[in-house]
Design a protein. Structure first.
Length: 445
């Protein structure tokens, strides 16, 4: 089941196996890994700890637990874990990887780089390459950093799931949908049934445009519920048959799709009456026709950032390799995906003119209140200064499932704004593709 990426039934099978033989630590280790994939974080940690209790020299449990702590912003647990590994005779290469994570999280970049030199090639090769890239970037060693950015992509691209082919298929799909989005198509839509409930607000924007910072701020408001990158809308889209099914949907089908959407939302979060649902997923950029069909009055928050900073950050992020994120393994694919996604967005806006509030990342990090207060007004939310304490909200929310899991717990900083200038020569090949968007969004190359 895992080979087929059927993680839910795989987890059920592992849980059944663990009940049959709870003393089998190989099963417990696999269970911990699968719990992590399914975001059942407390169960993952407990399974890793059970393994270490019974097999204190299990290398993979130390690696898995270290990555678990990293994603939970529990950097304070990395050093004790490394000490436990040393006490139990874990090999020096694994301990060096743990130490590198600890140093990186504490901004000891030179020490982190020194530890990475001691990590063997067979220990977390993709993650180690990514660590090198991020550490070298923070040390200002730009050319070396970009080499390891591309090397991380090359290592991921070699995965047996053929991520580059899956990425290409998605870009082809997005561009083909643009061609079918015509006035005649929209004029053929059946009538929209009235929706008596409160329309969701959708927070979107290309990945690495500041959506996680924004959703954390919105999460800190007492009148909102934020759904963070969950597949509710995608599940509904698959169920109705994709974009081509939108035009012919009758009132009953639309009502059923709305009910399906909210039932999917309920799988991930409670939605108390009167609370505003903010559904955040960056690549809803190319889901506007579906949003418009289900919720004609839905408002959209669009996060914008300099395209070069966005694409550089996408290349530097260690995303899970679904078909969307697989577009960030190569620079040229990332630029093409950016172009296709915003072309889809533009065509949809021409057809539907949905209400949009744009939040510009560079302005947000410079003066968060000046950007957020008008947004709250636009959303009809009362002003709540406590929502600006995104660090508190980030700590309280626990697991952050996006690539911004480490940054969002820091004070708002401006070091990433304009970082692309250091990489200008490396990014130059994509300038012809993205120049129109740079100009359109008010930036410069």
């Amino acid at each position: 089941m895992k080979e087929q990426a059927r993680h839910e039934p795989a987890l059920e099978a592992l849980e059944a196996a663990a009940i049959r033989d709870p003393a089998d630590m190989a099963i417990q280790l696999k269970l911990a890994i699968e719990y992590g994939i399914m975001m059942e974080t407390e169960k993952a940690e407990q399974a890793y700890l059970r393994v270490l209790e019974h097999r204190p020299n299990e290398q993979l449990a130390y690696l898995g637990l270290a990555i678990h702590y990293e994603h939970h912003n529990r950097g304070e647990d990395l050093a004790p874990l490394a000490a436990r590994a040393e006490a139990n005779g874990i090999d020096a290469g694994t301990r060096a990887f743990l130490a590198a994570l600890d140093h990186r999280r504490a901004d000891r970049f030179q020490e982190a780089l020194g530890c990475l030199e001691l990590v063997p090639a067979d220990i977390e090769p993709e993650r180690t390459a990514h660590l090198r890239a991020t550490v070298l970037d923070r040390l200002g060693r730009t050319d070396e950093a970009f080499y390891w950015i591309e090397e991380t992509g090359r290592r991921h691209a070699a995965h047996e799931s053929a991520p580059l082919l899956r990425a290409e298929a998605l870009r082809t799909q997005v561009r083909s949908e643009i061609g079918r989005m015509t006035p005649a198509w929209v004029n053929g839509w059946t009538r929209d049934p009235v929706f008596a409930g409160q329309d969701p607000v959708f927070l979107l924007g290309f990945p690495r445009s500041g959506t996680t910072l924004l959703d954390t701020i919105l999460m800190g408001h007492p009148e909102t519920v934020v759904l963070e990158e969950k597949p509710a809308l995608n599940v509904v889209e698959d169920a109705i048959g994709g974009m081509d099914a939108l035009a012919a949907m009758d009132e009953a089908a639309i009502d059923a799709a709305r009910a399906h959407y909210f039932s999917e939302v309920a799988r991930y979060t409670a939605l108390p009456s009167g609370r505003m649902l903010v559904d955040k997923s960056p690549l809803y950029l190319y889901k506007v026709p579906l949003i418009r069909r289900l919720f004609p009055k839905a408002r959209i928050i669009l996060a914008l950032r300099h395209p070069c900073d966005v694409l550089l950050s996408c290349l530097m992020s260690n995303f899970r390799l679904n078909r969307a994120m697989s577009n960030f393994l190569r620079l040229e694919d990332a630029a093409d995906f950016y172009d296709a996604s915003f072309a889809h967005w533009e065509r949809a806006q021409l057809l539907f003119d949905v209400p949009v509030r744009t939040i510009v990342y560079e302005r947000l990090v410079q003066d968060v209140e000046a950007e957020v207060r008008p947004l709250f007004d636009w959303l009809d939310l009362s002003w709540t200064a406590a929502a600006l304490d995104h660090q508190r909200t980030a700590r309280e929310r626990g697991l952050i499932t996006t690539a911004s899991y480490s940054q969002v717990t820091e004070p708002i900083y401006q070091r990433a704004a304009g970082r692309w200038h250091r990489y200008r020569d490396h990014l130059a090949p994509i300038f012809p593709k993205i120049a129109p968007w740079v100009t359109k969004f008010g930036y410069k190359l």
